[in-house]
Design a protein around this ligand. Structure first.
Ligand code: BES
Ligand code: MN
Ligand code: MN
Length: 454
């Protein structure tokens, strides 16, 4: 198997590059055609790899690619999930090479989607090819690759609900997360949930001369900033009443166990060019990004931002705000708590609208399952080290739905690194990580089959 991968390395990369050249930006309707093309390209790649029954399933939004290779109904079935859509590449001027013209530099692939998630999703396509070509596929496998993960997976939610029989499996396998370092393998066992809102603050009914009216009417940008500032106190604790009510409290033992994961604060600061860190009092950096919820402004706009100066009090100001949630917080409940509080703290001089966007529930996956063991053993074989279980700060909203709707746990067997800069300019994915993934996946299949039989 290793030999097959070695012999086909160059071709695997060229095929991934073909996918990376397609700008499948789900957030921007201008790229609808490219998104569609990408779904077809993913389907083609699955046919080429040897999958049967490859389908491009239409939805109200972007297509979902489904494929399967059923070899024996008595064998376990692994359902691979991934996404072919990517985040917008902007700001474009900060890219050192073009986002949709992949290049290799310093043993890394640079392109939007290189790691999140085309590169990682494609490892599974090539692992399937490798297992089939070396006559070593030990289980049944199904693929479900969507094109709306980066915009909330709304239509995948519907698809999953309508296709429970088709999606029957024993475990879901996902590579859309990361490891601690190339010499410190880890398996993600938790993902945060998400509440995402957009707020609009309206002051006067038109933009005003800031000399004639300044000082006498509310400036919605000033008011919005003051309101945002009130969402946290001086200990960086979120002030929305009830926000922490359902938050799972970890025991001192659990926190001590978490603290064993290798981490260097100096290196963390250096990697981000920060002279100091910032966050909720009483918690470590790793805790702040995994077991604690957050509130962040993702974008804020209003007024005049063109060349030169314009003296104006704008009529409106806007912000996009996200809250990352932890077990057992509920996305809809938190969105409502936010909306009520944001209305409440608005001064009577402005009107406030809160528009909810997509959300998702947090998840924790078991570490005592045969699937976790199979993943752990697979990584131990290929990395030469037992992986560390680790909760991640990111979100993959559909994972919680897989559990509630299909009754299936997921194994988050990702190979990315924090330094891959996903969602940022110059996203990359290490060649080491790409090929390590292709090598590790067949071991997971094998281990899962063996442990399943016992
Ligand atoms: N693959 C990421 C999530 C991720 C990355 C989890 C690294 C753990 C480690 C996924 O594509 C993503 O970006 N999800 C979004 C949520 C979505 C609703 C936009 C996120 O976390 O912001
Ligand atoms: Mn992703
Ligand atoms: Mn992403």
């Amino acid at each position: 198997m290793k030999q097959y991968i070695e012999q086909n390395k160059e071709r695997f990369l060229q095929e991934l590059f073909e996918l990376l050249r397609l700008p499948s930006i789900s957030a921007d309707p201008d790229f609808k055609n490219d998104v569609e093309k990408t779904s077809k390209a993913v389907a083609e790649s699955l046919i080429k790899a040897g999958a049967d029954k490859v389908e491009v399933c239409k939805t109200a939004g972007n297509p979902i690619v489904y494929a399967e290779k059923i070899i024996d109904n008595n064998l376990p079935t692994i359902l691979v999930y991934g996404h072919y859509d990517v985040q917008p590449p902007d700001p474009l001027d900060l890219w050192e090479s073009k986002p949709f013209e992949p290049v290799i530099k310093n043993d890394k692939i640079y392109a939007r989607g290189a790691c999140d998630d085309k590169g990682q999703m494609f490892m599974h396509v090539k692992a399937l090819e490798t297992m089939l070509k070396t006559n070593s596929l030990p289980c049944n496998v199904k693929f479900m690759i969507e094109g709306e993960e980066e915009v909330g997976s709304t239509n995948l939610g519907i698809f999953v609900n309508e296709n429970k029989e088709k999606l029957k499996a024993d475990i879901i396998l996902i590579s859309d997360t990361g490891i601690i370092a190339n010499d410190i393998p880890s398996i993600t066992v938790g993902l945060r949930g998400l509440s995402y809102v957009e707020v609009e603050v309206t002051g006067p009914n038109r933009d005003l001369h800031s000399g004639l009216y300044g000082g006498a009417v509310a400036n919605p940008i000033n008011v919005l900033c003051e309101m945002i500032a009130r969402l946290k106190n001086d200990k960086n604790v979120i002030t929305i009443p009830g926000f922490y009510d359902d938050v799972e409290i970890l025991s001192a033992e659990e926190r001590a166990e978490m603290a064993k994961a290798p981490f260097s604060l100096d290196e963390y600061k250096k990697a981000l060019d920060l002279s100091d860190i910032h966050g909720e009092e009483g918690y470590s950096t790793n805790e702040r990004t995994s077991i604690r919820p957050t509130l962040d402004v993702n974008g804020i706009w209003g007024g005049y931002i063109g060349e030169g100066a314009k003296t104006v009090i704008p009529s409106k100001a806007f912000a996009k705000i996200s809250m990352r949630l932890v077990p057992h917080q509920d996305s809809e409940k938190i969105t409502k708590l936010f909306a009520d509080y944001f209305q409440k703290i608005a001064p009577p001089s402005v009107k406030v609208k809160v528009k909810p966007h997509h959300g998702g529930q947090p998840v924790v996956t078991p570490t005592n399952s045969i699937a976790y063991k199979a993943a752990s053993m697979a990584m131990e074989t290929t990395f030469g080290k037992k992986p560390i279980p680790m909760r991640s700060g990111g979100s993959i909203p559909i994972v919680a739905m897989f559990k509630t709707v299909l009754g299936l746990d997921s194994v988050l067997l990702g190979f990315g690194l924090d330094s891959d800069a996903i969602h940022s300019p110059n996203e990359s994915y290490g060649l080491f990580n790409f090929f390590k993934g292709i090598e590790t996946i067949p071991h997971f299949f094998n281990n899962f089959n063996k442990l399943y039989k016992k």
